[in-house]
Design a protein around this ligand. Structure first.
Ligand code: ADP
Length: 480
């Protein structure tokens, strides 16, 4: 990756441009903490121009056929496939994840573009049985309108592509506000949007002060939908703000995923699933395992297998051949340290890691395994968002279900068992939007991603995901 500083601009009405008042903010490499670029900080005027452009473009975009929109998405897909390495390197530079993982994210994001290029043409309405002769009762599914999209830094590309692909397929226009830590991946992606030839105003990119952009969208009755992925605190606030103009809202918020290992589990699969779901992206994933619950009779055998895998994990510069990169920033790092210190102070045992590591100057934390963890510890209740795996022990199935559900969150849960009846009982008793049975990997373009309880609502992916961007119009007709 070139050492030259990146300069990221806004993308409004089909043109890349600096902020109206020339303001920028710095973008850091989380591995070295070096400043790697500058990104335009949108002014009030830019934000309004993006809204106005999206509103105007919606008038014509919604009239295009689903086939036409699919054509644009296919062009975008092709560009993502041919330029995946280029996008991935920008991602590693500003987010820190290993390049191979970043390439995986580009492919994952592209799979949503591929899916919705096909799914858009399958949106249909209904013709209802009339209650009198000479009448037609028809139901149409129409795009909700211009959409405001706000996403976090952990998946700098996939988080918003998962939203814009169904939105564009449905006939909505979109304005994307990526996280301030990772704007350059979005800029790179919008170069492809530009090359794919989407009409001006259909896809807009705003970067800068989150609350300023968010407030302007909320004040505008023309923005009809907000799709947000991020913290529960910000999600709740956005929902309150959206109530003023009654926008449609989708919220994909925090999680606290349990991973249950029963005594009849394939312990190799369970250990592999735990490691994959915990240490991917350095644990900075909303569906990452936050608690491993192990049945007492297989506890020692499972720990042995887990330790073999976790102690082999490597970490460091994402541009080298490592399993994990750095923590995104000091705030994230401090939370991880606080969770581990709190657990150790309250009697947890550290089998591996447990401390920061030295690297390029940024924030690295060793892959960590904690045992003897209890519900009195912060890590048992709060999302750690780091490479720390706390292990709990249980005796009965009922106890495991109770422990797994004992959280305000309800995003993802995992269960390992080879027993058919138990697998049905337990997966259906878990109060979670998504459940992995004998797997730590659940996300797929064709499947509904999303949570319940304090993890939010709305689904991304598959035929469920496009519904978030559609509203129903009913037309009652009497004819002569
Ligand atoms: P995280 O802890 O993962 O950074 P946040 O919820 O703070 O989670 O951030 C997720 C996204 O929400 C980011 O794009 C961030 O800029 C945005 N965001 C944060 N605060 C606000 C706000 N007041 N209004 C609108 N967006 C916000």
């Amino acid at each position: 990756m070139s050492e030259a500083k990146q300069v990221g601009q806004l993308y409004i009405n089909g043109t890349f441009k600096p902020a109206e008042d020339g303001q920028t903010f710095e973008v850091l490499n989380p591995y070295t903490l070096a400043i790697i670029g500058e990104q335009a900080e949108a002014s009030e005027k830019d934000i309004q121009a993006a809204i106005d452009g999206a509103v105007q473009a919606f008038r014509t975009w919604k009239q295009t056929t689903a086939y036409e929109r699919a054509g644009y998405l296919r062009k975008l897909l092709h560009l993502m496939q041919t330029r995946e390495r280029e996008i991935a390197e920008v991602m590693t530079l500003e987010q820190g994840k290993p390049v191979a993982e970043a390439v995986g994210e580009v492919r994952y994001a592209a799979s949503y573009v591929a899916w919705y290029a096909e799914e858009g043409i399958r949106v249909t309405g209904d013709l209802l049985a009339p209650s009198q002769t000479d009448s037609r009762l028809s139901v149409r599914k129409i795009p909700v309108g211009p959409v405001g999209i706000i996403t976090p830094w952990n998946f700098p590309l996939a988080m918003f592509v998962r939203k814009i692909a169904p939105a564009l397929a449905a006939g909505c226009t979109v304005i994307v506000k990526p996280a301030e830590q990772t704007p350059l991946t979005a800029v790179k992606f919008f170069e492809l949007i530009h090359e794919a030839g989407f009409p001006a105003g259909v896809c807009q990119l705003l970067t800068g002060e989150a609350s300023k952009i968010g407030s302007a969208w909320m004040a505008s009755s023309a923005i009809r939908k907000i799709s947000f992925t991020g913290s529960t605190a910000v999600g709740k606030m956005l929902m309150r703000q959206a109530s003023e103009t009654l926008k449609k809202v989708s919220l994909e918020l925090g999680g606290h995923a349990p991973l249950i290992v029963f005594d009849d589990a394939d312990l190799d699969m369970a250990a592999a699933g735990a490691v994959e779901s915990k240490f991917r992206n350095c644990g900075q994933v909303c569906v990452a395992t936050n608690r491993v619950l192990v049945q007492r009779s297989v506890y020692d055998a499972f720990i042995e297998k887990l330790m073999k895998r976790t102690s082999a994990l490597t970490f460091g510069d994402g541009f080298t051949n490592v399993d994990m990169g750095p923590i995104i920033d000091k705030q994230g790092f401090d939370k991880i340290v606080a969770h581990v210190d709190d657990a150790l102070a309250k009697g947890a045992k550290c089998l591996l890691g447990g401390k920061p590591a030295k690297g390029g100057g940024g924030y690295l934390f060793e892959p960590t395994v904690l045992t003897d963890v209890t519900s009195a510890m912060r890590i048992a209740k709060e999302e750690t968002f780091g490479p720390v795996l706390p292990v709990f022990v249980f005796d009965t199935e009922a106890e495991a279900i109770q422990m797994a559900n004992d959280t305000p969150f309800g995003l993802a849960a995992y269960c390992f068992t080879e027993n058919l009846s138990r697998s049905i009982r337990v997966t259906e008793a878990l109060e979670y939007g998504m459940v992995g049975l004998n797997t730590g990997r659940i996300s797929a373009a064709q499947a509904p991603f999303g949570g319940v309880k304090m993890s939010g609502f709305g689904r991304e992916g598959g035929r469920y995901g496009i519904e978030e961007y559609l509203v129903t119009q009913y037309i009652a007709t009497v004819y002569k």
